[in-house]
Ligand binder design. Structure first.
Ligand SMILES: [Zn+2]
Length: 138
């Protein structure tokens, strides 16, 4: 018996494809092919899109002291206050619960400049969304 090898090429780079992406909508079959590299890129994009969507939902308040202190970012969401360094996931990083918002009656404006949602650094967004995932899991 002979098997027919169908040669698939990546829709992004034309290289040899290993993965099929099903982009079918409402009965329209639309399969695309991805090489290993572009499959990984797609997955990363999906992940960061999910984080952006989550951040919009959470709508955190983030203050940035511009790097004066280790806990550069003061982050407020779900009634809680967190201190975070620029890279909260690094071993030297900092990502700590500072207390309930009611413990800061003087406000947090003095901790830095308030960032707009688009200004929040990627690592801080990740740290916020992973904290929320943890909180939801409890
Ligand atoms: Zn490719």
């Amino acid at each position: 018996m002979e098997t027919i090898a169908i040669k698939m090429t990546c829709n992004k780079c034309g290289g040899p494809a290993e993965h099929i992406v099903d982009k079918s909508v409402e009965g329209h079959i639309n399969l695309e092919y991805r090489c290993k590299k572009h499959k990984e890129q797609d997955e990363q994009k999906t992940m960061s899109k999910t984080i952006d969507e989550k951040i919009k939902e959470i709508d955190p308040i983030v203050y940035d002291d511009g790097g004066k202190t280790v806990d550069r970012y003061t982050v407020v969401f779900a009634g809680a206050v967190f201190g975070m360094s620029s890279d909260p996931f690094s071993p030297q990083g900092f990502n700590q619960y500072c207390g309930d918002i009611t413990e800061f009656p003087q406000g947090l404006e003095h901790t830095g400049r308030r960032l707009s949602i688009d200004e929040i650094p990627e690592q801080i967004k990740k740290a916020i969304s992973s904290r929320v995932i943890m909180m939801e899991g409890e």
